[in-house]
Design a protein. Sequence first.
Length: 418
Amino acid sequence: MLESVKISRRQSEIRQALAVLVGKETPDENEVRSIGEMDAEFQRNEIRLRGALIAEDQERRDAGKDLETRGSNEWADLVGQFQMHQVALCLDEGRALNGPTAEVVSEMRSKGGYRGIPVPWGALERRAGETIASGIFDPKQVRPVIDRLFPDSVAARMGGQMIAVDQGLLEIPLTTSSVTAGWAASETGNVAGPTVFATTERTLSPEQTLGIQVKLTRQSMKQSGDALEQAVRRDIAGTMQAVLDAAVFNGAGASGVPLGVIAGQATYAYGTTAVSAAASAAAFRAVAATFIGANAANGPGDVKVLMHPSTWAFMDAALITGTAVSEWDLHLKNFPNNVLSTLATLTAGSPDTSVALLATNAGGVAPFVIGAWGGIDMIRDPYSDGLSGMLRLTALATFDVNILRAAQLHLLTALTVE
């Protein structure tokens, strides 16, 4: 303990003792002597306290610098040691949290309200030594304000970024004006006039809550031990990834679901092209030319394409007349970053049609963002499965979706795929 803190505590004790003695109307000789001694000690301590504060000033400065620079690295180390099985045992048996898990939970509680036990997003990542399929739950840190996003998800592969929000609304200002430049027509002529610097705001609001339920049987709790760690994280992360991907692209914007990038094209007001013809490399090439012309992409290699698997199958089977080269071969030559997913909707008809979303990162700015408020709130339901001894966990998370620059997105519709 710092010396100044010890002195301050002693001064408080002296003040309390003096308050009792001076309140007496007729103190005896011992009490009068005690008042004098404590007064003298109080005066000496005031001098010592000033000296201690001066001596400790440099220590305080160094400690402040250390706290300011702890940052994300030390937090990542703590989260890397977070143990999900401690959370499960705490909710099931009331076992106390300890070690880094307790530190992380305490820190998250201090920054937001949670009904259950808060779980950081980093706790869902794949840990070293786990024998699970490759490429799952290995999060990446994009920049200091960006939190973790499942890297194997469609949203991540299409360039989306997850932004961590503590509480309240988040507004992201975007420049909508352009600087005017021009040559002076003559020696005394004026250059191009000034342009008003204007911005628009993209807002993320905490109005949509996603819930995931996990059941743990009594047998699995007793048999699994530390293996329960991986099982719980795989179940929660896998389920959340699938549901979140569906909402990011095809969310209806109603009934508690955020407005998806594809479903909300008209609201987000980014470009769209009704191809109304067979899916071909030329259709995608024409839109990429628009991206490049708007300086949103340096070339087709910067463009990410989300398409339905049926679109790929149709293009791969469509051979160029007189050659063994397919439309897919031509497309892949220009666009190496393709994501095949049923999230690019397919409409059955005569013929079947599908959509495709093109996105690009321009100047380090993602085409769309996912706001995540706080961490995961892990709550125990002790009643639903109480008779069987099972533990039911409910994981709650709050999300919202919005695009950034409209020029970084383009939707192709009515692509014939048969």
